[in-house]
Design a protein around this ligand. Structure first.
Ligand code: GDP
Length: 461
């Protein structure tokens, strides 16, 4: 039996906290995730970190090895950390669960030279809305002029050991960032000065390049998880599984499959599941449960390994018939020992919870997932832009026709987030004079729309 198997069969009664990484483009989200994975791979024996579908699990003993003296396994009863591999608020908002965000804790990555940027603002709004505890990674400290790196020491000691000039340059950036956090409504400080993480956000200076500060970041994450997530993380380790669809994907040999983040219970390879669908909940039988093969064993046509069952928290690929209408962000429930109708009702109730309330008059919004739709609609609400239709899916001709029913010309508009526009819909939009904006950045869509409205209003004066 490999380490991987034994780790999974001894499913802990406290599940692994789920960690998401957010921040502005190019601020270093991917590099930081790679560094965390890389340093854990170096520290751990082969197989100690487990590659999941869409996520990476780092067990507690490896976290504590990386964190050196900072984390003692005796201080924690959590099994480790599960990092969602796709950084950014898109996957964060997609991954919603009962009552809110699926991620238990988050890392907000900010380039310390750049400070707050539009997507930082967006990310922090999303974190505040979902009440997700987070830590700020003040990244790229190695680019501070005169920086003297020391990846083997805790970051406070490295910081203290810098020349006066390097430290004051870094301080200037760090204090600006702390000020920006405060403007956003969060009291924050350098993490070693934070006494009470409940009221204060810890800022950890890090470098995804040198790895400095990564152990400290893991320490703060473990602390946050330990302090705040206890109640939610006590799971029924043998109960019917509950999860969220991260992605719907065609997979050669398996047809349409679901990448699922399982946050509760277990799922077996022959069980009946209910999945949120575009039109109605889908009831289907699992055909195969798949995990990535360890890198060393990968053959081109055989990337996945079949498993009999898997327990939370985990990322898993589910192959089953009839998944074409499944939606990213939708709930997945194992039926086991329950009435199918009750489970369907549960799935419907969870979908209905998504707050995409619309008005009589307003614009049309299309998005790729429920979570992103919800984020769009709530951001538009803040900007006082009314929405009359908000739906998941590509832009179709009927969306264009619907947009023409708006009374005000400025509302005859479609904002399309991360979806395609069907060719006929594009033609129809031109013919019917409906404006179509598409982007995969929420703030960009809204900014472009606001500029368009400004121009329109100026032209009328
Ligand atoms: P993302 O868009 O937020 O995922 O950002 P990436 O991880 O792709 O990083 C953007 C760029 O910044 C890449 O060229 C990285 O190599 C670089 N980068 C990221 N973190 C650091 C860091 O800590 N120090 C330095 N010097 N460069 C970094």
């Amino acid at each position: 039996m490999s380490d991987t198997d034994s780790h999974e069969t001894e499913t802990p009664s406290l599940r692994t906290p789920i960690v998401a990484v957010l921040g502005h483009v190019d601020h270093g989200k991917t590099s930081l995730l790679d560094k965390i994975r890389g340093s854990t791979v170096i520290e751990g024996e082969a197989g100690a970190i487990t590659q999941h579908i869409g996520a990476t699990a780092v067990p507690l003993d490896i976290v504590s090895k990386v964190a050196g003296k900072l984390v003692s396994p005796d201080d924690f009863d959590l099994p480790g950390l599960l990092f969602i591999d796709t950084p950014g608020h898109h996957s964060f908002t997609t991954l919603r669960s009962r009552g809110g965000a699926l991620a238990d804790i988050a890392i907000l990555v900010v380039d310390v030279n750049d400070g707050f940027q539009p997507q930082t603002e967006e990310a922090i709004n999303i974190l505040a809305q979902s009440q997700t505890p987070f830590v700020v990674a003040a990244n790229k400290i190695d680019t501070t002029p005169g920086w003297n790196p020391n990846p083997d020491s805790p970051i406070k000691a490295t910081y203290d050991a810098q020349s006066d000039r390097a430290r004051s340059m870094l301080d200037q950036n760090l204090y600006e960032l702390i000020g920006e956090l405060s403007d956003a409504g969060f009291s924050a400080d350098l993490y070693w000065r934070v006494q009470n993480f409940q009221n204060n956000i810890g800022v950890v200076p890090v470098s995804a390049e040198t790895g400095e500060g990564v152990p400290d970041l893991l320490t703060v994450l473990m602390g946050l998880a330990q302090r705040y997530m206890r109640e939610d993380m006590e799971i029924d380790v043998t109960g019917p599984g509950a999860g969220t669809v991260l992605e719907v994907k065609e997979e050669k040999g398996f047809g349409t499959t679901l990448d699922v983040v399982l946050y509760d219970g277990t799922v077996g390879a022959d069980e009946t599941i209910v999945v949120g669908g575009k039109n109605a909940p889908i009831v289907t039988d699992v055909r195969a449960l798949l995990k990535p093969r360890p890198l060393a064993e990968i053959r081109t046509e055989d990337r996945f390994e079949k498993v009999d069952s898997i327990g939370a928290a985990a990322g898993v690929k589910i192959a089953a018939p009839d998944l074409d209408d499944a939606m990213a962000g939708a709930p997945v429930r194992v039926v086991r020992d329950r009435e199918i109708d009750d489970v369907i009702e549960e799935v419907e109730a969870e979908l209905a919870e998504v707050e995409v309330s619309t008005a009589e008059e307003g614009i049309v919004v299309k998005a790729d997932t429920l979570g992103s739709l919800e984020a769009m609609v709530s951001t538009l609400k803040e900007e006082e832009i009314p929405v009359m239709l908000a739906e998941v899916g590509d832009v179709a001709p009927r969306d264009i026709r619907f947009a023409t029913t708006a009374d005000e010309p400025k509302h005859r508009t479609i904002l399309a987030f991360n979806v395609d526009t069907l060719a006929e819909a594009g033609d129809e939009a031109e013919q019917r004079d409906v404006r179509l904006f598409d982007s995969d950045v929420i703030y960009q869509l809204i900014e472009e729309y606001e500029e368009y409205v400004d121009e329109m209003e100026r032209a009328q004066q």
